[in-house]
Design a protein around this ligand. Structure first.
Ligand code: AMP
Length: 249
């Protein structure tokens, strides 16, 4: 069985992002970029399934500009066998991503498609769900444990106040939670070896999907600045202050 893993290039999670002065977008010019953290969990899980002998091939796919080759190299260094870049300069929204991924799924025919549960730049958390709907397959979102047996995947899902275990018929779309695993550290020799693995490039236009934006971004703003803290001299003063602020009654 083949696994397709969709990975997105996002601003590195350690970068403090600010809004542009005119509030039209986030100022990420020159910022360090990385693979989306949840997508790294998805790659790790796919590689582990291959190491267990459950799957035969792990294919990483990203949609974006040629700069996204760096995250494909990272996925290859983690153990993916092949990588696919669907090249486009269009700023994609989740529905456009889901439509392009549907076309990739139709070409590659994977038994399982893994995505992150959300991209940390747009925080949409929509693409996996839309992709499953477009493909008409089962889906399991926020997956924190996974076992594949025969034509089924048993997924443990993170839900409010606990976990839920479900069985989904393959082929299916799954989205990875951070608790799914601890992604392996990529060593320099693996990165060097990854340079020899193939990256296939397709243009988004070849996939014939309608990726026109459906949403208009009106404004991006920084969160309000935190008020400075104060030192109190006693528990009594703390409680009185909290009561004044309406935090305690
Ligand atoms: P979102 O719905 O935008 O929060 O993204 C959820 C997941 O969809 C991400 O964790 C990725 O697995 C996948 N995804 C989103 N955008 C892209 C992209 N441009 N290329 C590949 N995968 C993507």
């Amino acid at each position: 069985m083949k696994i397709l893993v969709a990975i997105k290039r996002v601003v590195d999670p350690n970068v403090q992002v600010r809004a542009l002065p005119d509030s039209t977008d986030a100022d990420i010019a020159g910022a360090k970029m990385s693979i989306n953290p949840f997508d790294e969990n998805a790659i790790e899980e796919a590689v582990r399934l291959k190491e267990k002998g459950t799957v035969t091939e792990v294919v990483a796919v990203t949609l974006g500009t040629s700069a996204s080759q760096d995250i494909l190299r990272h996925a290859l260094a983690m153990g993916a066998d092949r990588a696919l870049l669907v090249e486009t300069d269009v700023a994609l929204q989740p529905l456009g991503v889901a439509k392009l991924l549907k076309a990739v799924v139709e070409r590659e025919q994977p038994g399982l498609v893994l995505l992150g549960k959300q991209a940390i730049d747009d925080d949409c958390g929509q693409t996996g769900q839309m992709l499953a709907a477009l493909l008409g397959t089962a889906q399991a979102t926020f997956v924190s444990a996974l076992a594949v047996a025969g034509d089924e995947a048993i997924a443990t899902r993170e839900i409010e106040g606990g976990t839920e275990q479900i069985a989904v018929k393959l082929p299916a779309v799954l989205t990875a939670d951070l608790r799914l695993n601890e992604p392996r550290f990529v060593k320099l020799p693996n990165l060097m070896m990854a340079k020899k693995k193939p990256i296939e490039t397709l243009s988004a236009a070849e996939l014939n999907a309608d990726i026109a934006p459906r949403l208009a971004q009106l404004k991006i703003s920084d969160p309000p600045a935190r008020a400075p803290g104060i030192k109190v001299n006693s528990v009594h003063e703390l409680i009185t202050n909290l009561q004044k602020e309406g935090v305690l009654s």
